[in-house]
Design a protein around this ligand. Structure first.
Ligand code: NAD
Length: 385
């Protein structure tokens, strides 16, 4: 059996990678960019820095800096209008997963029109939008190398998963130096998000030898460095490993898919505005415990790769060590419970069926090594509470 692997055309990886933007644009014949980013990137000076670097090559960009964390249909509308009426030949997406996902949606809606809802899974979007050059600043979502965008429909309260080659950036400039300024809470949340991508890609029913190799490499980079970047944000070596780990985890899950943690995480994010990485972190121990019987040896491999177990530990010992590690990681990274985060218990407990239906319809739970039905998911949400 063969596997279809979809990647950006160019990956530039390492310290200073973002300064290669101008030369790469020239190589690709791109000259009229729109930068899509958020206000923090402007405040940090990253947006100016990017503009100055391309101005030297006589390339001038307009900027849309109104993207919001966990983008919604209405938050991207002004960007869509700008692309419809502008004469851009590419988009530079600068920021965490939110600006990059916003850019992906804007690149398609700006070119083809229609409503975001028309593009959500199970529809697959393979037609190309405006080419995207993605510059991630969190480590992270891996969105710079994934054929996925996640946009919330604020009218229905659904985080819509949209997939297809059309959402794959043409270029990813993976420059860990831009992640040095990420605050500790976001460092923890995004780092656990990347770890979850790697674990879920590895245990996914759609994994392949190729994605296994990416996922294991990602876990080896992320496992030993996650606590380190949380405690020592200016450790450049650890930041570099986290950034590469996040990109490799993105390649792994984009080509193998995520599973139950992500399926259950999106509805929590949509209903209670819990940041994506944080809701993954809250769910990871509970969902892993549920899923282990479906692929015990694979979870044991994960335990060894992240450094929780030794290579001579048996599968049973490794799995126990994995569970201990996930629980202590959440404790050390101060991941709050839903209640501590401020979720209203009465609302949460009456919302279980709706969230479980949304989880199933995203398609992700069916890739899990142990496939749950709606009642299983309701039970897991209840257990999480
Ligand atoms: P984010 O982009 O929402 O950023 C979180 C906060 O950190 C923002 O306030 C942002 O301005 C700030 N920030 C980002 N980089 C910074 C830096 N270098 N220094 C200081 N502050 C910085 O967070 P995220 O976790 O990267 O992205 C989350 C979004 O990505 C969610 O909408 C989620 O659904 C989506 N996602 C997409 C994919 C995909 O494959 N497309 C995968 C996973 C998650």
């Amino acid at each position: 059996m063969s596997s279809k692997i979809i990647l950006p055309r160019v990956l530039q990886i390492g310290g200073g990678a973002s300064s290669e933007l101008g030369p790469i644009m020239i190589e690709m014949g791109l000259a009229r960019p729109l930068i899509i980013t958020d206000k923090i990137m402007v405040q940090l000076g990253y947006c100016d820095r990017i503009q100055e670097s391309i101005n030297k090559l006589n390339i001038f960009a307009e900027v849309f800096h109104d993207t919001v964390p966990e983008p919604t249909v209405s938050s991207i509308q002004n960007g869509v209008d700008k692309v419809k009426h502008g004469n851009y030949d590419c988009i530079i997406a600068l920021g965490g997963g939110s600006p990059i996902d916003s850019a992906k949606a804007i690149a398609i809606l700006g070119k083809y029109g229609g409503k975001m809802r028309n593009y959500k899974f199970p529809n697959i979007v393979d037609k190309p939008g405006l080419p995207i050059i993605a510059i991630p600043t969190t480590a992270g979502t891996g969105s710079e190398v994934t054929k996925v965008t996640v946009i919330t429909d604020e009218k229905t309260g659904e985080k819509m998963m949209c997939m297809g080659m059309g959402f794959m950036p043409s270029v990813a400039l993976v420059d860990y130096e831009l992640s040095m300024s990420v605050p500790s809470r976001t460092t923890a949340d995004t780092g656990i998000d990347a770890m979850t991508h790697a674990i879920e890609a590895y245990v996914s029913k759609k994994s392949s030898v190729y994605t296994d190799m990416q996922a294991i490499s990602a876990m080896k980079l992320l496992g030993p460095n996650l606590r380190q970047v949380y405690q020592n944000p200016y450790d450049a070596n650890a930041r570099e490993k986290m950034m590469l780990g996040s990109t490799l985890a993105g390649i792994a899950f984009s080509n193998a898919s995520v599973a139950l943690v992500h399926g259950m995480s999106r509805p929590i994010g949509a209903s209670y505005h819990v940041p994506h990485g944080l809701s993954n972190a809250m769910l990871l121990p509970t969902v892993t415990e549920y899923s282990i019987p479906g692929a015990p040896d694979r979870y044991a491999d994960c335990a060894r790769a992240i450094g929780a177990a030794n290579y001579n530990d048996t599968s049973d010992v490794s799995i126990n060590k994995l569970m201990d590690e996930l629980v202590s990681l959440n404790r050390e990274l101060q991941v709050p419970s839903l209640k501590e985060f401020g979720v209203d218990g009465n609302h949460f407990l009456t919302n279980l069926q709706t969230m479980a239906k949304q989880a199933i319809s995203s398609g992700s739970p069916s890739n899990n090594p142990r496939v749950p039905d709606i009642e299983d998911i309701v039970g897991l949400y209840r257990k999480l509470w």
